[in-house]
Ligand binder design. Structure first.
Ligand code: FES
Length: 106
């Protein structure tokens, strides 16, 4: 499935990610700037914060307590579409998902 990242400068990058890979891991592999992922995906740093396109929100697993708590501490504005990208495994259902990188992670 393809992930479309909208970068800080407004440009878009399409990245092919195998199912099971997280939106964070796919970004790191593709050198997408603006997703820092300091903890490496163990849901403890909140520097993998992204905004998910509304059309795809319902197809994602709901944020667990840990993620909710970390989302309260994100540096960029928290929006209803805010998620931690390390908690979003790709699947065929999510093909074409649009992920906006926030202005800052720290
Ligand atoms: Fe640290 Fe997602 S990579 S919380």
């Amino acid at each position: 499935p393809t992930i479309n990242y909208i970068l800080k400068d407004g440009s878009t990058r399409a990245v092919d990610a195998p199912a099971g890979l997280s939106v964070m891991e796919a970004a790191i592999r593709a050198n997408i700037r603006g997703i820092d992922a300091e903890c490496g995906g163990c849901c403890s740093c909140a520097t993998c914060h992204v905004y998910v396109d509304e059309a795809f929100l319902d197809r994602l697993p709901p944020a667990d307590d840990m993620e909710q708590e970390l989302l309260e501490g994100v540096t960029a504005e928290r929006r209803p579409t805010s998620r931690l990208s390390c908690q979003l495994p790709m699947s065929a259902e999510l093909d074409g998902i649009i992920i906006t990188v926030p202005a800052t992670q720290a």
